[in-house]
Design a binder for this molecule. Sequence first.
Ligand SMILES: *Cc1c(COP(=O)(O)O)cnc(C)c1O
Length: 398
Amino acid sequence: MLPYGKQSIDQSDIDEVIRVLRSDYLTTGPEIELLEQAFCQATGARHAVACANGTAALHLIAMAMNLQPGDEVVVPSISFVATANGARYCGADVVFADVDPETSLMTPATLEAALKRVTPGKLKAIFAVHMGGHPADMPALKAIADREGVFMVEDACHALGTTYTTADGREHRIGDGAHSDFAALSLHPVKTITCGEGGIVFTPHDHFAHDLKIKRSHGLSRDADEWTNGELAFEEGTGAANPWYYELGEVGYNYRLTDFQAAMARSQLKRLPHFAARRRRLVALYHQKLDGLSNVVKLVAPRDGTDPVLHLMVALIDFKAIGKTRKEVMMALRQRGVGTQVHYIPIHRQPYYARRAVGLDLPGADAYYAKCLSLPLYPDMTDADVDVVVGALREIAG
Ligand SMILES: *Cc1c(COP(=O)(O)O)cnc(C)c1O
C-alpha cells in the first residue's frame, strides 16, 4: 500500500538519537541550540525556536503577539485546524478568508474580502498558509498586513525547502523572515522532515525570539536583568543574584522539544537537499504522466517565480466528469494499493467554527474541497510507484 505521505528514517537518524540517549541530557541540553542554529543556516532565518510540535509553535506565536479575547485574526479556511486553533487558545476570534479554488491559497483579493468582515480596530494578525508547499504571495500579503498595522504570520508547516523570487530578483527561502514576523514549522512524520513530534518558530525579531523561549518553558526567566522581585532575587547587602532564583513574570507552558528529538531533527535537516530533490522529481513525474488525463485530473502548477518543495501532491479531480464520487475513487484507489487523503475540510465548516461564523459562505474553499484528493508523495517513493498511482487513476477515470 502506498500511503499519501510517510517519513524516511535512515541509520544516520537512528545513530543520532542513540548518541543523545547515551549522553547527560535528554531535555534542556545542548542539542536544542544546535538544532536552532542548523535551522537558521538552512533557511536564512535570524532566529529559530524549537518546540514540542507545530501546534505549540502556532500557540507560542499567538502568545508572543499577545492575542487577547476580542482580538481578531484572519486565517484561510483551507488549512489544518491547528492554524485557527493556535489563535483561539488565546481567545482571539478567527475571521476566515476564502481561497483560490485552483491553488487553495489565500490571495491578496480573498484577504481584502475577509478584511471587510473584521470588526474595526480589532485585527491583530494575518496568517498565510503555504498549502501543500506552494508559497502564498508573501510580498503582497505582507504589504496588506503593513497597511493594516498588524502582524504577518506564515503557517509554513508544508513548505520547508520551498523558495520564491521577488521582483527585485532576490531568492527567498521559507522561514527567512523577509515577509513575515513569525513562521511556524511542524516536524510531524508526514511533513518534509520529522523527529516524531516537533515544531519550530522562525522570527526576524530579537525580542520575540527571547520571549518565545521563555514561553516554551513555563514562562520562567533565569535572566537577572528581567527579575522584578528584588527581595527574593538578590542577596541582601551585596545585591548579588541568588543562584537558585528564577522568576515567573507571565504564565507559559512546557512546550519543550527533547534533546534526542532535536538530534534526530538535525540529522533529518542534513538530508533535506535529498528529500527536496526526490519530492521535486516525483512531482515532475506526476505532472508529465498525468498530462493525458488533464481534462479530469488537474495538478496545481507552481506560481511564477516559485520553486516549491511539495509536502502534498494534491490532485483536483472532476468527479462529475468521471461519473464517480470521491468515496468511490478513494476506495477504488485503495483496492489498487494507493492510499489518498483529503486536505482539507474547510475549517469554517467545522462545527466549532461554524457556530462562531453562522452563514459564512466561502465559495472558493468549497469548490476546492469538492475536488481535492492528495495522492502519495514521500521521498522513499520510487519513480515506478508514480506509474502505479497514475495507472490506477487512468483505469478508474476510464
Ligand atoms: C501539521 C500541521 C500543523 C500542526 O503541526 P503538528 O506538529 O501536527 O502540531 C499546523 N498547520 C498545518 C498546515 C499543518 O499541516
